[in-house]
Ligand binder design. Structure first.
Ligand SMILES: Nc1ncnc2c1ncn2[C@@H]1O[C@H](COP(=O)(O)OP(=O)(O)OP(=O)(O)O)[C@@H](O)[C@H]1O
Length: 308
């Protein structure tokens, strides 16, 4: 089946600065794809190309089988866009804003329905300038949903939302997905990507550093074990670390940190040794890699490569 979104060698430059340096990805119908990345990685620049707000410097982008910039009229009414900054007239009320937007949207949902979806119904008479930052984000989302879009572009949709509103928004996004909406989302909240994304890409300095399902991206990273040995014990007393499956180790401020690709084996051997020798491992902690670690390592690792 044809992908709903497809980029091939996509590039975007601002004068002589290359913000997006050639990226390839596809998003299938009904999928939620998350674009993550460090500040300035090129997420918004990419999103704007997908939304048809700008034309690529190189490569190509197709949305619903069309060039979103040149064939804007074929795409515009089938997509919903939530920008980072909505920029609404500050004097209009919430309801007036939604009605105004609905007037420019073919087949729009009733204004009340759109406000209900983002829990803004009780703020309908409030002027936009009086809304809190989080309420304004929810108004942005209501407007993006007005035209019942097949494809939804969400640029940091939950920035500034409190924990409850964030979870409500996640629930709404899940419901939209269940109804078949394809979603492309950028976020700085790794938990958001873990909760929602079918697949994700981590961008760094204009390139995709890694992409795949959350589990696949995390599986590329080592698990970690940390503990403190009693003062009269040395790390050298443990069985040979490579034989325990340890791929890297360090001791920082008395805490031993081990990395392993086989958490069960390394943890078992460590605990067996501790039991046999009667050693207490203080502050013992063992955990699989998280998306956050994958993210940090990518940002750190690529910076090292660049400064080499
Ligand atoms: N209009 C512009 N002119 C010049 N440089 C720009 C312009 N817009 C963006 N940039 C630069 O392009 C790079 C990518 O910006 P972009 O906003 O796409 O990053 P981002 O990944 O969305 O960042 P953030 O997470 O901070 O929102 C940044 O270095 C930014 O300064």
């Amino acid at each position: 089946m044809n992908p709903v979104i497809e980029t091939v060698g996509l590039k975007r430059s601002y004068r002589d600065f290359d913000a997006v340096k050639g990226i390839d990805f596809t998003v299938a119908r009904g999928e939620l794809f998350a674009l993550l990345g460090t500040n300035g990685a090129g997420k918004t620049s990419t999103l704007e190309l997908l939304e048809g707000q700008a034309t690529p410097t190189g490569g190509s982008v197709r949305v619903l089988g069309h060039d979103p910039f040149r064939e804007r009229s074929a795409v515009r009414h089938r997509i919903g866009v939530m920008l980072q900054e909505g920029g609404f007239p500050p004097e209009l009320t919430v309801l007036e804003t939604v009605r105004m937007w609905a007037g420019c949207t073919s087949g729009a949902r009733p204004a009340d329905e759109a406000l209900d979806m983002t829990n803004l119904s009780d703020r309908r008479a409030v002027r936009v300038k009086q809304l809190s930052g989080g309420e304004r984000r929810r108004l942005d989302l209501s407007l993006a949903l007005l035209g019942r879009p097949e494809v939804l572009f969400l640029d940091e949709p939950t920035t500034g939302l409190d924990a409850q509103s964030r979870r409500d928004t996640w629930e709404l996004i899940r419901e939209l997905k269940l109804q078949g909406t394809t979603v492309l989302l950028t976020t700085h909240y790794l938990e958001e990507a873990e909760q929602l994304a079918d697949r994700l890409a981590i961008m760094h300095q204009g390139l995709i550093a890694t992409t795949g399902r959350v589990a696949d991206v995390v599986a590329e990273r080592p698990a970690r074990i940390s503990f403190r040995l009693p003062q009269d014990r040395l790390l050298g007393e443990l069985p040979p670390l490579p034989a325990m499956g340890v791929t890297r180790h360090e001791t920082v401020g008395g805490t031993v940190r081990l990395e392993t690709r086989d958490l069960q084996r390394t943890a078992t051997e460590l605990l067996t040794w501790a039991h046999r020798t009667g050693v207490t491992l203080h502050g013992l902690d063992a955990r699989s890699a998280s998306l956050e670690e994958a993210f940090m390592e990518i940002a750190k690792g690529l910076d090292h490569e660049e400064t080499r």
